[in-house]
Design a protein around this ligand. Structure first.
Ligand SMILES: Nc1ncnc2c1ncn2[C@@H]1O[C@H](COP(=O)(O)OP(=O)(O)OP(=O)(O)O)[C@@H](O)[C@H]1O
Ligand SMILES: [Mg+2]
Length: 244
């Protein structure tokens, strides 16, 4: 039997009420197999971040169900949901969400501290070194470039080795060399540690690192490609962006 790390069934989600209501996801059904790396693409506003937030238990959908590691999230209370997220999910936010008063190293340590774990000697240094930031441990977010902050957010999401790692445009602020380094790191999580990675990206070169590419348009999955090279992915994206 295939293990699904995350499953969404008929997920509908939106924002606001009444005439201002925006539907961001419409009846999305998709499953992510454990140990795979999926890229999620689609035009701006197509629902990619909303999909990640619902799949990670950060937002509750208006309809449908979400399971993480076989546990249905809907019936869980807020505390139980927080514990499940803490134990099984890592999230790299599109806006980084670092704590401005903490240093890079303290930000990376946060998920461990919240779980009541003391970092092993060298663990934080190694996590920062893995994203090329060994020399920035004592810097606060305000003293780091955008790309450096993004890499601290990636190190923080990876530190607790979550079963599922969601990353919302994790290479959006990075140059191509650093971006390749981060993508190889994400690829390694799936290949070497059987972690499940779901990454939003606008970049076909980044999506080509994934085992599978989901394309979203207007809150629906409109394509589901197996591993493909960047040119094939770019061609599929271009077809989506042509107004019909
Ligand atoms: N907090 C919010 N309040 C109201 N509408 C929202 C909110 N967040 C998102 N939306 C709307 O929901 C839709 C989907 O947004 P979402 O952030 O999921 O898109 P996205 O695909 O991640 O886009 P981008 O590539 O620009 O990050 C958009 O129409 C957006 O305007
Ligand atoms: Mg987004």
């Amino acid at each position: 039997m295939t293990t699904h790390a995350v499953e969404l069934h008929g997920v509908t989600a939106g924002y606001g009420l009444g005439p201002r209501r925006v539907t961001a996801l419409e009846e999305v059904t998709v499953a992510f197999t454990a140990g795979t790396f999926t890229a999620v693409m689609g035009p701006s506003g197509s629902g990619k971040s909303t999909l990640l937030h619902c799949a990670a238990g950060l937002d509750r959908p208006a309809a449908g169900s979400v399971r993480i590691g076989g546990t249905e999230l809907g019936p869980l209370g807020d505390d139980a949901l927080t514990v499940l997220r803490r134990d099984r999910v890592g999230f790299v936010f599109q806006a980084f969400n670092l704590v401005s008063t903490l240093t890079a190293e303290q930000n990376v340590a946060l998920p461990l501290r919240l779980a009541g774990r003391r970092p092993a000697p060298g663990e934080l240094t190694a996590a920062l070194a893995a994203v090329g930031l060994a020399g920035r441990a004592a810097h606060r977010p305000g003293e780091l470039s955008g790309g450096e902050q993004q890499r601290v957010a990636i190190a923080r999401a990876m530190i607790s080795r979550p079963a599922v790692l969601f990353a919302d445009e994790p290479t959006g602020a990075l140059d191509s060399a650093t971006s390749r380094q981060v993508l190889a790191l994400l690829r390694g999580l799936a290949d070497e540690h059987a972690q499940t990675v779901v990454m939003v990206t606008h970049d076909p070169v980044a999506a080509a690192y994934a085992d599978r590419v989901l394309l979203l348009a207007d809150g629906r999955i409109v394509d589901d490609l197996p591993r493909a090279d960047a040119a094939v992915i770019a061609a599929r994206m271009a077809r989506l962006e042509v107004p019909c």
